[in-house]
Design a protein around this ligand. Structure first.
Ligand code: FAD
Length: 468
């Protein structure tokens, strides 16, 4: 028995089950000191910060019933973690790895700092199915194309089964100085988000079980329709680690699915694969959110258009599907994937506004924001990434709306001004015989003209040899 505590540093892994760091710390027999270090937030809370804080609060409720809690600190973790470890005389520190450029540098520095002090620092895989540096092509290079990446990842074998939650947790009970209030005051803008989310490990598991039972079988056919609740809704839980990708992978792989639906299962697992691919690309390109992967796009003549950007952010572009998506984002902290694509394409191609400004807005407002998936998908939509939709493929927001929200159910949910417009006219209400409803704007840009402008800009970058 060892009375020096083992510190478990929780970052994006607020769960008891399949938490390799927690399990390993438990196995030492030392009393556990669970800590979380809030980063300094000079610009205030973002939506994913809000989701993480809510998650932490719920995790603490679960822990209290087991006699423990997460001690919360705030500040620079590179300085604080060694201080806390020294203060409590920790025998060892455990964490699950993170892969963002800043986080991985801090963690590597901490390991170097702990080594000579006799405090063991142990890190584990937890947030991904495959460590981002492990899936490589035959000559040891990272993949640039998703399909090749995913084939290789699948050939590497199934991820190991998830770990059970530790049967018994013994907590460090001495007072720990310097800890903060567990809960921060919520900014006013977060109040509308609450109604759209449930928190806690049990809620995440429940969502997974319901998705498998009700939606997995028709995932492939229905996932693109924002008017249906046909996707898993797991992304915020995955983001803050209330559920692990291994738990999702194994539950979906083991579920008994009608053989006719095997393709739906494969499609869903491949979407988890996109998440993996995004992290592997970020691992290789730490500047993914700042620099176009295709260099030539750095020369694209982006427009400076503050009022266009503001109309896009507020859902006032006059294109109902784009506006519905942007308002869904603001009010709920999430947006359906198909609509994310249409809204992103609209900003980049119709308004010719730099994709980085859209990436930043999503980073502030998405409850599932992660630096890999967000940057990769923005580069995909902008055509600037390695395996992206080509720039000249410009989504028509009206046709997308007619195809994927045919009766306007999704639009009416988020754009109440259009409630009484007919199903036929709701996609382009400015053409409605009844006239445009009061308070809803005319399109801020004409589709055909915007398309021509975008193609001309792209042609300039390509030296005039482009195809439209
Ligand atoms: C411009 C843009 C920005 C995006 N930003 C983010 C982001 O910051 N964080 C984020 O998690 N996803 C992002 N996505 C991807 C995708 O929209 C969301 O993962 C998805 O909408 C989440 O809903 P779901 O959990 O119901 O997904 P499901 O369809 O149920 O998919 C299951 C899981 O697979 C993963 N996944 C699905 N699609 C993608 C994808 N295209 N790229 C990466 N992973 C995917 C997610 O982890 C998701 O939870 C972005 C997409 C676009 C077009």
């Amino acid at each position: 028995m060892n009375d020096k505590p083992a510190i478990v540093w929780l970052r994006e892994d607020f769960r008891l089950a399949d938490n390799a760091a927690l399990t390993a710390a438990t196995q030492t027999g030392a009393p556990l000191l669970l800590i979380h270090i809030r980063p300094e937030r000079p610009y205030g809370m973002t939506a994913v910060d809000w989701f993480r804080e809510k998650t932490l609060a719920h995790f603490n409720v679960d822990l209290r019933s087991l006699g423990g809690k997460v001690h919360v600190f705030a500040g620079d973790s590179a300085r604080l973690l060694p201080e806390i470890a020294a203060r409590v005389g920790a025998a060892a520190v455990f964490w699950n790895r993170r892969y963002d450029p800043v986080g991985r540098e801090i963690d590597a520095g901490l390991k170097r700092e702990f080594a000579p002090c006799g405090t063991e620092a142990h890190s584990f895989a937890g947030a991904l199915l495959h460590e981002p540096w492990t899936v490589k092509n035959r000559v040891g290079q990272p993949f640039k194309i998703f399909s090749a990446y995913w084939r290789a990842a699948c050939e590497a074998g199934s991820p190991r089964p998830p770990l059970p939650a530790p049967r018994e947790l013994k907590f460090f009970t001495e007072p720990v100085t310097g800890a903060q209030e567990e809960q921060l005051p919520w900014p006013a803008w977060t109040s509308s988000l609450d109604a759209h989310h449930k928190f806690g490990e049990a809620a995440a598991q429940d969502r997974l079980v319901r998705f498998i039972a009700d939606d997995l079988g028709h995932y492939e056919d229905e996932r693109d329709f924002p008017d249906r609740d046909a996707t898993s809704g797991l992304s915020p839980y995955l983001r803050v680690g209330q559920i692990s990708p291994r738990q999702v992978w194994n539950a979906v792989s083991d579920a008994s699915v009608n053989p006719a639906h095997a393709a739906a299962r494969a499609k869903f697992l491949a979407e988890l694969g996109w998440r993996e691919f995004a992290w592997s690309v970020l691992w290789e390109h730490p500047g993914l959110a700042d620099h176009a992967l295709r260099q030539e796009f750095e020369g694209l003549p982006w427009r400076t258009d503050p009022s266009g950007l503001e109309a896009w952010k507020r859902g006032r572009t006059g294109y109902p599907l784009v506006d519905a998506g942007m308002r869904e984002l603001w009010r709920s902290g999430v947006m359906h994937n198909r609509v994310r694509m249409v809204a992103a394409s609209f900003l980049v191609k119709h308004l010719l506004i730099d994709w980085r400004l859209g990436e930043q807005w999503f980073a502030e407002t998405l409850a599932d924001y992660d630096p890999a998936s967000n940057a990769l998908n923005w580069q995909w939509c902008a055509g600037t990434g390695a395996d992206s939709a080509p720039f000249f493929r410009i989504m028509n927001p009206v046709l997308q709306s007619r195809k994927f929200d045919p009766s306007g159910v999704y639009i009416r949910r988020w754009v109440p001004e259009l409630k009484s417009v007919s199903d036929k006219d709701i996609h382009a209400p400015w053409e409605s015989p009844g006239g445009l409803p009061a308070n809803y704007p005319l399109p801020i840009v004409d589709h055909a003209a915007a398309r021509r402008r975008a193609l001309a800009a792209w042609d300039g970058v390509r030296g005039g040899d482009g195809q439209a």
